[in-house]
Design a protein around this ligand. Structure first.
Ligand code: SF4
Ligand code: SF4
Length: 480
């Protein structure tokens, strides 16, 4: 397997492997939106008492993936905009909110495999699954051509697989077995870091007996853990059916849902970055108040919080009150408000740069203390080619940027912007501070929208043609 591009992003604030259990909250704020889901189909009423594991809402556009109540409490629908609030939170035994009649019907129609898929979806495990090519939620009733399981998380500062696997290796292998029982002959690829450590060796030994698991040893370079990159490197073709992709936490959730028939409501999140006093991992539940996390972990009075890692995370808006159901980590960067003494000289002894233009290139590898500062001024592309060097998708980001600047959408499409895996590495290394990733995400959306409009127009024309044809035939019959 050959990789291209990539870069080892070294930054201070990496979460250590400790997992801190967050104290129980009194109120939960469940955001109705996350990266992929919009829970618009609300299943509870204002004032209703719920148990942990009850379905609060579903996303009708994503196979009705549910949002589960992580704890018992009283529902408030109007208290905070775009959130379901649970007050008087109590930790009672969770229950599986599954409908027996539906289960009987599914068993009759689809057998034991159908029941497993139903449980994965209704107990909250399916939301950890991705389509490797599109990043979307795959069809839970579909048949994949392969499954990619990744124990890696290479984007700073997201929750790491090795931390989540600690003391849960048995659950992990059981989860893999559960997944395998849904397949006929399709392979499961397990991506592992190509390092020698006691823990990595333990996993290798554990998996050795599973002939149906194919091991992939991955160099620790961002973004070689990206599912689209892995699928391409494995030579899997999108035309041959979906490739399911899932990380460590998804396999653990599958084990919980299928072995224990219990809802999957607990998350291991990371809290990292240079604005955090002790970067680590947190055991928390969706809806956990962000303010409490901030009060306990962020020491910088002025800090920017991101939902996700440093390269692909999005700024947590003022509106967001709680951890959303897809959150894998929170990154905190100090706001850069002070002017730097002799900043214009920029010797860069403490600045890491892909170009090696700072004095720091004389130092050995070190972790830079990143802030929100732009570190230089935005300027036009200087054709340095760094974005091309690091791009794992084999496209030319600077060329696509130039086409976009000139509004040449057809050329953008021909330059294969669709292959961009949105890793953000081009934006990170660009010395001109061009936010290439955002430009490409928007361009892909625009092209997809235009294609959909053309498809709809063709459908309309086809319908009109059929109607005319029928009217003509009818008129001929009447005349006869
Ligand atoms: S063009 Fe896309 S895939 Fe390539 S480095 Fe940039 S964000 Fe990543
Ligand atoms: S890294 Fe930035 S400046 Fe360099 S070629 Fe790419 S877009 Fe241009």
């Amino acid at each position: 397997m050959r990789f291209r591009g990539g870069h080892n992003v070294l930054l201070k604030g990496r979460p250590d492997s400790a997992i801190k259990v967050m104290p129980e909250p009194k109120v939960l704020y469940m955001p109705l939106r996350s990266e992929r889901f919009t829970f618009s189909d609300i299943h509870v009423k204002d004032g209703q008492k719920v148990n942990g594991g009850d379905i609060l809402a579903k996303d009708p556009d994503n196979y009705s993936v549910p949002m589960l109540a992580p704890r018992a409490g009283t529902v408030r629908l109007e208290a905070v905009e775009n959130h379901i609030v649970i007050e008087d939170v109590a930790q009672r035994e969770e229950r599986a909110d599954i409908v027996e009649e539906e289960m009987l019907h599914i068993e009759k129609e689809m057998g034991a495999g159908g029941i497993k898929r139903y449980k994965l979806l209704s107990l909250g495990a399916w939301q950890f699954f991705y389509d490797a090519f599109t990043g979307e939620l795959p069809d839970p009733l579909g048949t994949p051509q392969a499954i990619i399981v990744s124990t890696l998380s290479l984007e700073p500062f997201l929750a790491r697989g090795d931390v989540q696997l600690h003391r849960r290796l048995l659950n992990f292998t059981r989860g893999l077995e559960q997944l395998q029982s849904l397949l006929e002959y399709q392979p499961i690829y397990l991506a592992m870091p190509n390092i020698t450590s006691e823990f990595a060796n333990l996993i290798r030994n554990q998996i050795r007996g599973y002939a149906w698991v194919k091991m992939l040893e991955i160099p620790l370079k961002y973004p070689y853990d990206n599912f689209a990159v892995l699928a391409r490197r494995l030579d899997l073709k999108a035309g041959k059916g979906p490739v399911w992709a899932v990380r460590t936490e998804g396999i653990l959730a599958a084990d919980r849902a299928l072995t224990e028939t219990k809802p999957c409501t607990v998350r291991i999140l990371s809290i990292g970055g240079t604005g955090v006093n002790f970067p680590s991992h947190l055991k928390a539940i969706p809806g956990y108040p962000l303010k409490r996390i901030r009060d306990q972990h962020v020491f910088e009075p002025a800090a920017r919080m991101l939902n996700g890692g440093i390269l692909t995370g999005s700024i947590l808006s003022e509106e967001a009150q709680g951890v959303d159901v897809e959150c894998r980590g929170i990154t905190v960067l100090p706001e850069h408000i002070d002017r730097e003494f002799l900043g214009f000289v920029r010797p860069g002894w403490d600045r890491d740069s892909y170009s090696g233009c700072f004095l720091s290139s004389l130092r050995k590898d070190f972790r830079e203390r990143m802030t929100t500062a732009l570190r230089g001024e935005g300027r036009p592309c200087v054709a340095c080619n760094y974005c091309d060097e690091v791009c794992p998708a084999g496209i030319m980001p600077y060329l696509i940027h130039k086409y976009l600047y000139a509004d040449l959408i057809e050329e953008v499409e021909q330059a294969r912007v669709d292959l961009c895996v949105e890793c953000g590495l081009c934006s990170y290394v660009c010395p001109s501070k061009i936010d290439l990733r955002t430009q490409f995400v928007e361009a892909k959306d625009l092209i997809a929208k235009e294609k959909e409009e053309i498809r709809q127009e063709q459908l309309r024309q086809e319908e009109a043609r059929k109607r005319e044809e029928e009217a003509r035939k009818q008129a001929e019959e009447n005349n006869e």
